[in-house]
Design a protein around this ligand. Structure first.
Ligand code: DGL
Length: 271
């Protein structure tokens, strides 16, 4: 696989942009192809079979774009379809391993909270990985199913009353459990990290699954000698499976207008 091919990133919607933002900063010369499956988001309340079928189609689309690596920037796919990387012709990473490693490094009191979609929490993926890394860590989990639709519908302003109220409802138990580190186990959540931090208090360290996965992927590309060699600025191509308007609006706020992110629509059922 040639090092001048793009990096492929996918998610059910806008969440994977948290990884793209960090990849752009870390690897400015790389081309990135992003796919957000906006017509079928959220994935987090769906059955395992459906999530696996969607993830396979997402990966097939990225492979058709001749990517040199695939990042499943989606906690749900990473948890439910963890082994899909084994059958791919290019390097692959999900978000669970990189995020758990960062959380274990960050915690001092060995009490870690995990918030994610219902499918991710049901899979136990973060808990198992945290305990495999460090058996003494106590893990406190909370599904937050309303966060993804709130983010997809741009309820993301730090002062948004609805999202603040929902965050307080979801997070009061974790706050009471005395966790010092909180894994944002769904890549949509860092987009509302200011709201989550307000509900948890400043003493709690938030671990951003999008960012940690981008750092991990950059290291993987370097180790496999797949980093782009050219001196020119990397290009971005964004694809979605539904209307581009909502996506462009959130990408505008989250990535900033200076990054060209206008999306094209594709029919994911063809892949
Ligand atoms: N960003 C996805 C994740 O990390 C959202 C999943 C969903 O669509 O429910 O889990």
């Amino acid at each position: 696989m040639a090092s001048n091919h793009p990096i492929g990133v996918f998610d059910s919607g806008v969440g994977g942009l948290t990884a793209v933002k960090e990849l752009r900063a870390l690897l400015p010369h790389e081309d990135i192809v992003y796919f957000g499956d906006t017509s079928r988001a959220p994935y987090g309340n769906r059955s395992r079979d459906t999530i696996l079928r969607y993830a396979r189609q997402d990966v097939n689309f990225l492979l058709s774009q001749k990517v040199k690596m695939i990042i499943a920037a989606c906690g749900t796919v990473s948890s439910v379809a963890a082994s899909m990387g084994q059958s791919l012709p290019v390097p692959f990473t999900g978000v669970v391993t990189p995020t758990c490693r960062a959380a274990v490094k960050a915690t001092k009191n060995k009490r870690i909270g995990v918030i994610a979609t219902a499918a991710t929490i049901d899979s136990g993926s973060y808990r198992k990985e945290l305990n495999a890394l460090h058996p003494e860590i106590q893990v406190f989990e909370q599904p937050c199913p309303l966060f993804v639709p709130l983010v997809e519908n741009a309820f993301i302003d730090p002062g948004d009353q609805v999202t603040n109220l929902v965050a307080q409802r979801y997070l009061s138990g974790l706050r009471g459990a005395g966790v010092d580190t909180l894994i944002l186990g769904c890549t949509h959540y860092p987009i509302i990290s200011a709201i989550i931090s307000k509900a948890m208090g400043d003493q709690v360290t938030l671990i951003d699954s999008g960012r940690e996965t981008a750092v991990y992927a950059a290291r993987l590309l370097k180790d496999q000698q797949l980093l782009a060699s050219g001196g020119q600025e990397g290009r971005n191509a964004f694809y979605v499976s539904d209307s581009v308007d909502g996506f462009n609006q959130i990408a505008d706020i989250f990535l900033g207008r200076e990054m060209n992110h206008s999306a094209c629509r594709i029919n994911i059922e063809e892949y």
